[in-house]
Design a protein around this ligand. Structure first.
Ligand code: GLY
Length: 368
């Protein structure tokens, strides 16, 4: 699939599953051009569109989808469900999608994960193009081919690795993203700094003005996160390394997923739960004697700068949080595994962490 884009580009190098990420301001022409190219090749196109995007930024989306079969997905984790998966399959079937067809997926992590899994599963796999429209999906979920849905037993328990054919990031759309969503994305940006990129972390700490959709550094920072992620995915596409690799991207996520599942999907945005998870991951690292020279206050201030929660916003049951963790995909041979930091910018997987230590940390964020 060849296209012309005048943006920053980078390649996710995965052999015959390699693809390009393009990042820039304004990519409507690219999308239109790509659509025309595919249609000229006789390939049928359909689109999946996050409802929040179509309501919040109709001019971005309407022109593209007006003459295409498209399915609108309600915003929010509840749509990453078997119900919406079945609706998606029916939508593809009723539009006679074949193996040469392409799904364009517009939206954040929810529609990206659902749309990716539809593409992975329909006809045993068809092409899809990710057009992430939230900061969180731009820097994390649209890259790397993790697709799937949630079960009430836990987040992302059903899914597949299925790489997109392309990722097109138009930073312009962030200007109409609700500020709460932008902030949630910042949790994942901060995560990249904490897990493996100390200079990114320092940059975020020292920016005189908080990052925003208009900030001159935004493009470079999104590019850096995508670069960090693409390297990690290149080296460990299916998260099969026992140590290091893709698992490091889960920094803060074992805590965060448990918070989301226990509070009920939708109470916290994913990035908000991750923000609390990052605080927990930092505290766990300290309890294990790591992160000696790092300041908790610097992290708390950085998260607070983006209005991200640093503790539970209403009390959750400790037992329910612990049991949600035991259902997490990251449980290995019955043992809880956590990503911890040796210091800011360097992390590893800790394989067997004492449940008492985890309980103390959960209590420190308000669990009872
Ligand atoms: N969001 C974590 C990963 O893509 O592996």
């Amino acid at each position: 699939m060849k296209i012309k884009i005048e943006h920053q580009r980078l390649e996710v190098e995965l052999g015959d599953r390699s693809y390009e990420i393009s990042i820039g301001f304004g990519c409507r022409n690219t999308l239109t051009e790509q659509k025309a190219n595919l249609q000229q090749d006789g390939r049928k196109i359909v689109a999946l569109v996050d409802n929040g995007l179509s309501e919040g930024n109709p001019s971005f989306i309407n022109e593209f989808v007006c003459d295409l079969p498209h399915l609108k997905i309600p915003s929010g984790e509840e749509s990453k469900s078997s119900e919406w998966l079945c609706r998606g399959w029916d939508f593809l079937a009723s539009n006679k999608i074949d193996r040469t067809s392409v799904i364009f997926v517009f939206g954040g992590g929810v529609s990206g994960d659902l749309g990716g899994f539809l593409a992975a599963s329909y006809l045993r796999g068809i092409d899809f193009i990710q057009v992430p429209t939230t900061l969180l999906s731009m820097v994390d979920s649209s890259v790397g081919g993790k697709t799937g849905i949630n079960l009430s037993a836990g987040k992302n328990l059903v899914g597949a690795f299925h790489q997109p054919s392309q990722v097109i990031i138009d930073l312009e759309v962030l200007k109409t993203l609700p500020p709460r969503e932008f902030s949630a994305g910042m949790a994942e940006v901060i995560k990249y700094g904490m897990l493996g990129n100390a200079s990114l972390y320092q940059k975020l700490v020292s920016l005189p003005q908080a990052l925003s959709p208009e900030h001159p550094e935004l493009s470079a920072i999104v590019h850096q996160c995508c670069l960090d992620k693409s390297r990690i995915v290149r080296d460990d596409e299916k998260e099969s390394l026992i140590q290091g690799g893709r698992a490091l991207l889960n920094l803060g996520h074992t805590f965060g997923h448990a918070i989301e599942a226990t509070a009920g999907y939708g109470s916290y945005l994913h990035g908000e739960a991750v923000a609390i998870g990052l605080v927990c991951a930092y505290r766990l690292s300290c309890k294990l004697g790591l992160c000696e020279n790092e300041s908790e206050n610097v992290l708390l201030e950085l998260l607070a700068r983006y209005n991200l929660p640093i503790e539970l916003t209403s009390q959750l049951s400790l037992d329910r949080l612990l049991s949600a963790m035991m259902n997490d995909k990251k449980v290995h041979k019955g043992a809880l595994r956590f990503v911890v930091m040796d210091k800011i910018g360097s992390s590893h997987v800790e394989n067997s962490v004492d449940i008492e230590v985890i309980s103390e940390i959960l209590q420190s964020i308000g669990a009872r």
